[in-house]
Write a protein that binds this ligand. Structure first.
Ligand SMILES: [Zn+2]
Length: 465
């Protein structure tokens, strides 16, 4: 009897992890980090609910850590099978896992200094750089549309999910005593207005469907209005002579922004003459994007052909900032540069130093382009804080703070439903990867508009396939 067990992203957004078991094999789809406040974070160190050495293969939909970030721990605890993902997803995974390992090592080092002073025994990091590197040797690339047997009785095929570079919808077939069953994992589905990637590929057949529901309750602000507002902010900042700071995630959002800025440039709408990308990780991710333009959508490929394939040809004012010294030199830049740096919620990374040098200036502008979690400096700014404590200093907030809502990398409610209703006949439907209220909103919409009953599984729940 083949089964599927929900081990994560059940009634929450992070920790994606689903175990498919047949008579002869065990395949884990996703092995994500739990991300959030300390009680959620703590779950990353809990023992796995299955034995890593008993797994035959791991399948990853994309490189985001909430889908992939526990693979190094899985490897360390005995997993020796292959990790299947698309080629660009594996390249992005390398930079994401090594960066995550570095952060875990630093966190443990910091904690252990405290523990030493208190006479407590030291703790080990969640995983080390070596663990990440070991895990990366297990990577097995599989291109979109290529069907592959990954165990004796499990086959998979990746379809473009259009969420971040290399992201996939997974079609998975199990052969259970002669009966074939097909499960589709939506992964994270992209926003159809995103500038570089293709729309999520339509899939029509499944017995069981797992559908993400990050934005199950609403649609995003339309992109044209967002771009118009963005251009307006850049013009305003140029008139004031202030810098524009954009805290951004290294993978996905940053490359979208560079593309929009390139379009502004070619339309004569970019008044700034200097754009700094101040993040080694974002630079590495941008270089990976440049090598995979064949998976971009038609409009983006045409625009790149017209104006230059690399980010720096496409956006001539762009400068890559690699070293800390170069980054510090930006403190002296005044008179209107654009600085893109991580982290996206201002809780770490070089953006904090730029905030320190600009937040108290009335001419400066800070543009928030991504979700800001509760308790982060980014959220405090969005919520209108007049003072912000950062890098051990209290800063007056005099800069203009803007929030741009139309750049999401996720499908909104309408597009989630539109994608799902291509399945005929309707499969058994399970909502995952969302907060409970978002899932309930999506469940209600599917019921009223399409008379389709969606289940909301709980963590640890097992279903028969
Ligand atoms: Zn994602």
């Amino acid at each position: 009897m083949a089964t599927l067990t929900f081990h994560g992203a059940a009634r929450q957004v992070t920790g994606s992890c689903y175990l498919v078991e047949t008579a002869r094999s065990r395949v884990l789809v996703e092995c994500g980090l739990f991300q959030g406040p300390p009680e959620i974070d703590a779950r990353n160190a809990r023992p796995f609910a299955f034995a890593p050495r008993d797994l035959d293969a791991v399948v990853l939909t994309h490189a985001h850590l909430d889908h992939s970030g526990l693979v190094p721990r899985l490897r360390r605890e005995g997993f020796r099978g292959r990790v299947y993902a698309t080629p660009p997803a594996l390249e992005l995974l390398a930079i994401m896992l090594k960066d995550a390992a570095h952060i875990h090592e630093k966190d443990a080092e910091w904690e252990n200094r405290k523990r030493e002073r208190a006479g407590d025994p030291p703790i080990a990091p969640l995983y080390t750089l070596q663990d990440a590197e070991d895990a990366l040797t297990l990577g097995e690339p599989l291109v979109y549309g290529q069907r592959a047997g990954i165990t004796n009785d499990v086959e998979i095929c990746f379809r473009d999910a259009g969420h971040i570079l290399g992201s996939a919808i997974v079609e998975l077939w199990v052969d259970d005593n002669g009966a074939r069953r097909k499960i589709v994992f939506s992964g994270d589905l992209g926003n159809r207005t995103a500038p570089l990637l293709r729309d999520p590929e339509v899939v029509r057949e499944a017995d069981v469907l797992l559908l993400e529901s990050t934005y199950g309750d609403r649609d995003h602000r339309p992109l044209p209005a967002t771009l118009e507002e963005f251009a307006g902010i850049l013009a305003h900042a140029a008139r004031d002579g202030g810098n524009v700071l954009i805290p951004a995630f290294a993978v996905g959002r940053t490359q979208d922004l560079l593309y929009y800025l390139g379009e502004f440039y070619h339309a004569g709408q970019l008044p700034q003459t200097q754009v700094f990308l101040d993040s080694p990780m974002a630079i590495a991710a941008t270089e990976i994007h440049q090598r995979y333009t064949q998976v971009f959508n038609r409009e983006a490929r045409a625009a790149l052909r017209r104006n230059g394939n690399s980010a720096r040809e496409f956006l001539p004012p762009l400068r890559f900032v690699h070293t800390v010294e170069e980054s510090m030199a930006l403190n002296r830049v005044t008179g209107g540069a654009i600085i893109i740096a991580g982290s996206g919620m201002c809780s770490g990374g070089r953006i904090r130093h730029h905030l320190k040098w600009n937040l108290w200036r009335e001419a400066a502008h800070v543009v928030m382009v991504g979700f800001q979690a509760q308790g982060t400096p980014g959220r405090a700014l969005v919520d209108g804080a007049r003072k912000l404590r950062l890098l051990g200093e209290e800063l007056a907030v005099k800069a203009h703070i803007h929030t741009l809502g139309g750049f999401s990398a996720h499908a909104g409610q309408t597009d989630l439903v539109k994608w799902a209703v291509h399945f005929e006949p309707r499969p058994q439907l399970y909502l995952v990867h969302g907060e409970l209220d978002k899932m309930q909103a999506l469940q209600a919409r599917l019921k009223t508009a399409h008379d389709w009953e969606a289940q909301i599984p709980i963590e640890g729940q097992t279903i028969r396939l």
